[in-house]
Ligand binder design. Sequence first.
Ligand code: MN
Length: 257
Amino acid sequence: MSTLATLLSGLTAGVVEVVDLTAPLSPQTPVLQLPAPFANTIPLSLETVSDFDDDGPAWGWNNLHTGEHTGTHLDAPVHWITGRDGLSVDRIPPSRLVGPVVVLDGTAQVAADPDFLLEPEHLEAWVAESGPIPDGAWLLFRTGWSSRGGSQETFLNADEQGPHTPGVSVAAARWLAGSPVSGFGVETVGIDAGGAGAFDPPFPAHHFLLGADKYGLTQLQNLDRLPTTGAVIVVSPLPVVGGTGSPARVFAFVEKG
Ligand code: MN
């Protein structure tokens, strides 16, 4: 049997499951809130064109209003100043958007400390236990944060000091940028920690990863349904010409043990 026929028979038999890692996209989807004086993106909205009425008696359709960086979305290199001469979202090769997916679980640490930062020692401990990160892998940081996705307030988790959400340290961002990953994915609103604006450099995940032709993926969910290694990810941003990112549908193929 061909490789693809084997995959299809696995899907038919339920031996291979398709897991949707995408958060629902609606006007209630949490969006990043930058402090003044910075500008912010818009939340998603639908504008009715027709709804089986005089404007279109047999059809319903909407205009879609959204930012590139709303909901589950991909950050392309041109999103950041360190990657501004790199690829826009339409130019990312499809081969970089399909590949192995590996999961690092920080759920327990984040439950104890919402400002928890992944350090190189955590990544090295993961490699020691789970093996080397495969070429072209997407490394997903599981935190359980997606359970807060129903509320902008609990998802952004901000107080007078700013947002408190987990992420990576400067050293870990540099480590990931030097690793063989294609991309780094998170459950939170952005690939950097809530407090990362005060790091040196600020927003190190954006700074180092997008500057090294790696991609970001945010607001993922169902990461608890992935094995640590062995699954395959399919990341599908829209090919917005010149776009700095795009909402994305993200699937994983998971083989049942
Ligand atoms: Mn983004």
